[in-house]
Every structure is written in C-alpha cells, then in structure tokens.
Design a protein around this ligand. Sequence first.
Ligand code: HEC
Length: 110
Amino acid sequence: MLRVKMLKTRHAKLKLFVPFLLAFWPGASHAADAIRGGELYATHCAACHGASGISIMPGAPNFARSEGIIRPDLFLLNAIKDGKNAMPAYQGILKDRDILDVISYVRTLN
Ligand code: HEC
C-alpha cells in the first residue's frame, strides 16, 4: 500500500518536472520566429534570393518555388553556415538561432 503511494507521488513529481525541463532546456524552448527571420532575410539573403523568394542571382535556388528547401532544418542550417560556391558562409555572421528563424521565414515564401 505504501509502495503504491510512493510511486504515485513520484509520478506526480515527474509530471511537474518534464514540462519544467522542456521550458528551460536550452534550444528546446526556442520556437523559431519567422517574423524575426524575415528581417534577417531582408538584410542577408534577399539580394540574391529575392525579397519574395524569387531568386535574383542566376543559380540561386528560387524559394518561391520551394527550390532547395525541401530538406530538414538541420540540413539547411549547416548548408547556410557552410555556404556553397557563390552562396556565402554564414558561420560567425549569424547565430544558429538566427539561421533557424530565417529558415522558418523562407518556408513561408512558397
Ligand atoms: C551572394 C548571393 C547569395 C546570398 C547573399 C545568399 N545566398 Fe543562398 N545561395 C546562393 C547561390 C548562388 C546558391 C546556390 C549554390 C550552389 O548550389 O552552387 C545558394 C543556395 C542556397 C541554399 C541551398 C543550399 C544547398 O545546399 O542546396 C539555401 C538554403 C540558401 N542559399 C539560403 C540562403 C539564406 C538563408 C541566405 C541568407 C542568410 C542566403 N542564402 C544568402 C546565393 C546567395
């Protein structure tokens, strides 16, 4: 009888602890902010990829047609950090969370 009670108490504590952990765990708490991402996109990306995602620079993927973005966030994060040919590397220029915000904005352009 006592054991059952202890288990219940533990479970109740866990129920409180898990959301607490999720709320304060670095990274997990940050939902990407597409509005902030839009501002960063205008500053850093629009010159080549176009304000509305219709690319201006030849060879740059057209986000309005979902080119280059049907991939997981983590893949895109690394691609943007690394750069590729004429695409500049954003490692050291934008923080990971900034790039994730930009990605969430780019996903609204198609
Ligand atoms: C100077 C022009 C330029 C700027 C500025 C630029 N890009 Fe690009 N981007 C390109 C070009 C060109 C490519 C195609 C590279 C290739 O495949 O050779 C590209 C490719 C990409 C890809 C696809 C990568 C892949 O691996 O296929 C993504 C995603 C992307 N850019 C996002 C961004 C974001 C987000 C920004 C702003 C933070 C940005 N780009 C800024 C020119 C640019």
